[in-house]
Design a protein around this ligand. Sequence first.
Ligand SMILES: Nc1ncnc2c1ncn2[C@@H]1O[C@H](COP(=O)(O)OP(=O)(O)OP(=O)(O)O)[C@@H](O)[C@H]1O
Ligand SMILES: [Mg+2]
Length: 276
Amino acid sequence: MATDVHGPVTPGKAASAEPLSASPVKDGLRDPAIDPIRDPYGAVVRVEELTRSFGGRAVIDFLDLEIQPGEFVALLGRSGCGKSTLLKILAGLDRDIAGTVLVPRRKAVAFQAPRLMPWKKVWRNVLLGLPGKPDRAAAERALEEVGLAHRADAWPKTLSGGEAQRASLARALVREPDLLLLDEPFGALDALTRIKAQRLVDELWQRRGCAVLLVTHDVEEAVLLADRVLVMDEGAIAYETRIDLPRPRDITDPRFAEIRGQLLERLGVDAPASAA
Ligand SMILES: Nc1ncnc2c1ncn2[C@@H]1O[C@H](COP(=O)(O)OP(=O)(O)OP(=O)(O)O)[C@@H](O)[C@H]1O
Ligand SMILES: [Mg+2]
């Protein structure tokens, strides 16, 4: 499938500090290193008419999406609707697309499975794939941020599930991303560890100020963390709602329950009576 990369080329009034680059870059269509482009409206992510097909079936079908710098966006949708496919495209890991995708050069992704290399110590895992010759101190700073500095010399197999997930987050943070892509990062954690991990991501986001796109199946998690929640269906963003509740969010707030109920309804799940 041909990749069509085209986009606005003039600086915007509120353009982000980092130049936006067109991604994917295919067949030399656009090299962001020599041809940086900026979004005229200051968005950190701009997706227009994105299409991705597998075997002739369009999993993503003319999808439009915009994310502002520093915005926390959660993405919900039934299993198999294309959430991970979208994330991989934004991460630059899947380039067989049609449409326009503008993403910042500095982006990082963390998946549900921490994907640590078992033969490398934790600190080396954190630096894995970074360009240049990053030193151990960079890994230690990122591990410190996720409360894992004391496990820098551990082997991945000796980490608990929550620790491994934090190592994976450190690996994302060390890249100093303008866009942090999280694909169900808490999915495999037990309830208590999950709450701690959610709080950690909230703190990191507030401290770092990067934009976040979080894929989750957990409606409550989405309302707890996000500025805006999207529901994906039929290959596009079928519904979105802005969460204007003050932070930190209170799940006992009736408005919280109301938003959660609306989202569950959009997902085709009946909300419990107490949440209606
Ligand atoms: N490499 C691939 N080859 C063929 N089909 C694929 C490929 N990757 C994804 N798909 C298909 O695309 C659809 C969307 O997959 P995707 O992983 O994006 O769903 P998802 O919304 O993340 O689901 P889940 O919530 O279960 O993680 C699925 O039907 C899947 O089988
Ligand atoms: Mg998925």
